[in-house]
Design a protein around this ligand. Structure first.
Ligand SMILES: CC(C)(COP(=O)(O)OP(=O)(O)OC[C@H]1O[C@@H](n2cnc3c(N)ncnc32)[C@H](O)[C@@H]1OP(=O)(O)O)[C@@H](O)C(=O)NCCC(=O)NCCS
Length: 197
């Protein structure tokens, strides 16, 4: 039996455990987290329970400032199902319940999703999401000039993370030393999707 309920404060450590194990077999995130992130606006924050434990999660922020031009939308920060429980409709249940709450409580029918994980992209397309954006995300080693400039201000910089449009990536690669041999931060195409339910 799968049960979807609100996330409670007391869930934090168990939630982090499941989040960490989802991180191990996906490229949805590129840093590990040790605290559940907090957000400025209201949340729809749900967990899926099976066998008396958390096996999946979804966290959606209402009108996140991340996308300044949009309003009346939910921004999906976290979404995952533990590998032992995938393929049982838990992901879809989380999405549907979250959208029901968004509709009833906030009169919102749109969520925005970003992912650089290839399986998640396939999943999002399979369940009918519409692509709205794509860009590269990557890290560079600053060149000597940049290093010097940072150093002059007391900052010993060894890595810079950022993004660029698909068209600009070749140009960026020619100009900067893009890191391509460090698995979690290697360049990936991040795709943005919209789901209206
Ligand atoms: C993406 C994820 C949450 C899906 O969870 P899930 O509970 O296994 O998905 P569901 O069981 O609800 O799948 C629903 C449907 O999608 C299909 N599906 C599942 N994964 C798929 C994939 N990678 N590509 C295409 N279709 C997929 C299922 O077969 C099912 O189809 P059906 O309804 O026709 O039988 C899970 O694979 C996951 O946690 N991945 C790693 C974390 C991640 O990438 N999160 C996204 C953050 S950006």
């Amino acid at each position: 039996m799968i049960h979807i309920r609100d996330y409670y404060f007391e869930d934090e450590l168990e939630w982090l455990d499941v989040h960490a194990s989802v991180m191990v077999d996906s490229y949805a995130w590129w840093t590990a987290i040790h605290k559940k992130p907090e957000y400025e606006n209201n949340l729809v924050d749900l967990v899926a329970i099976c066998d008396d434990k958390i096996v999946g999660f979804i966290t959606i922020e209402i009108n996140s400032q991340v996308l300044k031009k949009l309003d009346n939308y939910g921004f999906v920060w976290e979404f995952g199902v533990h590998r032992d429980y995938r393929g049982n409709g838990i992901g879809l249940k989380l999405i549907k319940k979250a959208h029901k709450i968004l509709n009833e409580k906030y009169q919102i029918n749109k969520t925005i999703w970003y992912s650089q994980d290839e399986n998640a992209k396939k999943y999002y397309e399979y369940i009918g999401m519409k692509e709205i954006d794509r860009h590269w995300q990557f890290s560079i080693v600053p060149d000597d000039k940049l290093k010097k400039e940072f150093k002059n201000n007391g900052f010993n910089c060894w890595e810079i993370r950022g993004s660029c449009s698909i068209d600009d990536f070749d140009k960026v690669k020619k100009k900067y030393d893009v890191i391509e041999d460090d698995d979690p931060i290697n360049p990936k195409i991040c795709v943005g999707y919209e789901l209206v339910l």
